[in-house]
Design a protein. Structure first.
Length: 334
């Protein structure tokens, strides 16, 4: 029975790595570091500055082949028009699996208010790009021919699209996006769920602050649903901003929990279930046109691969800035 428990846990970890490594650009909490464009294409060019954001994420320090993620994104308006463009490059490695991608985005922003003083804007965005999946089987151990192990680096490149919209009214915002709209073969075409990487995202939030105060507060949440595996999770977030002479300092806390549990065999040989639970504190600072942020994700489940956390850094640069156009607490736009 002990061997059975070990095998079940091992299979669960490997299956989770397989799905994660083929999901395209993974969704963590880096969108909270002034980086909503990374997950919502409709946010390209929504701000009064063009933006460049670079993130690096390292999980489980000290573990071989631990998950690593690097992203680079840029977006901005096309001159003085209501249209915007953006681009994303990323590479995600998770054990024997890895995927890299490149996306181009077009977004359009419709302003419904009488002037640019009051924010009332509906935005649409479409991203299209390529994802290259890799599975390195060169170090797999097996005796003789195996029908499912080729002993090579398998590689497959697929095309996919993301589409979504955003609505921002004064201090309130809402974003909805469908990611990976098309079915992809990946490098595991015999496993049905890896061909359907479709994911639905919904983000809602608002920023509160007294007139003339240097403090503002932003509660928000994000719901996501994976169509292929029928998994759902929710992020509950809270951020606080403090305006300074040199810029802004800010921080926050994010709590992610899954709405579905994963079953495993416990020490009493009974079937138990646990839900994903992650807590992520976030710290950031804006100094003139530069931005730096750090977040640390701690997984609080009782059954985990390792107790080590996930570290992520974000570096940002704003350029081609115009004046703050709107009279609102809307840090993602002004």
């Amino acid at each position: 029975m002990a061997l059975k428990k070990i095998l079940l846990i091992f299979m669960g970890i490997m299956f989770a790595q397989l799905v994660s490594a083929q999901e395209g650009l993974p969704i963590y909490t880096d969108y909270l570091t002034d980086n909503y464009y990374l997950i919502h294409p409709s946010m390209a060019g929504a701000a009064n500055c063009a933006k460049i954001r670079m993130t690096g994420r390292q999980q489980w320090f000290g573990q071989d082949d631990a998950p690593k993620l690097l992203t680079l994104s840029a977006n901005g308006r096309i001159g003085d028009t209501q249209s915007a463009i953006g681009g994303i490059l990323y590479t995600d490695k998770n054990g024997y699996h890895s995927n890299s991608g490149a996306y181009l985005t077009y977004a359009h922003h419709l302003l419904f208010s009488r002037s640019e003083v009051d924010l009332n804007m509906l935005s649409f965005g479409l991203s299209a790009g390529f994802i290259q999946y890799k599975l390195d089987e060169t170090t797999f151990l097996f005796d003789g021919p195996d029908p499912i192990i080729d002993g090579i680096v398998q590689s497959e490149t697929n095309f996919n699209i993301d589409l979504g919209f955003s609505y921002q009214y004064l201090d309130f915002y809402a974003h909805a996006t469908v990611k990976n709209v098309l079915n992809n073969a990946g490098v595991n075409n015999d496993i049905e769920i890896t061909s359907n990487l479709r994911r639905y995202l919904l983000s809602v939030g608002s920023v509160f602050g007294k007139y003339g105060s240097t403090w503002s507060y932003e509660p928000s949440f994000m719901f996501q649903y994976k169509d292929g595996t029928q998994e759902a999770s929710i992020d509950i977030n809270a951020k606080v901003y403090k305006s300074m002479e040199f810029g802004t300092i800010w921080g926050g806390l994010s709590y992610r929990t899954s709405l579905d549990g994963a079953e495993f065999i416990n020490s009493s040989n009974n079937v138990s279930s646990q839900k994903l639970q992650q807590i992520t504190p976030i710290l950031g600072i804006n100094i003139k046109q530069f931005m730096f942020a750090y977040n640390y994700t701690y997984q609080s489940n009782s059954l985990v691969f390792t107790n080590g956390g996930f570290h992520q850094f974000t570096l940002g640069y704003n350029f081609n800035c115009k004046r703050e156009r709107y009279d609102c607490n809307c840090p993602a736009v002004n």
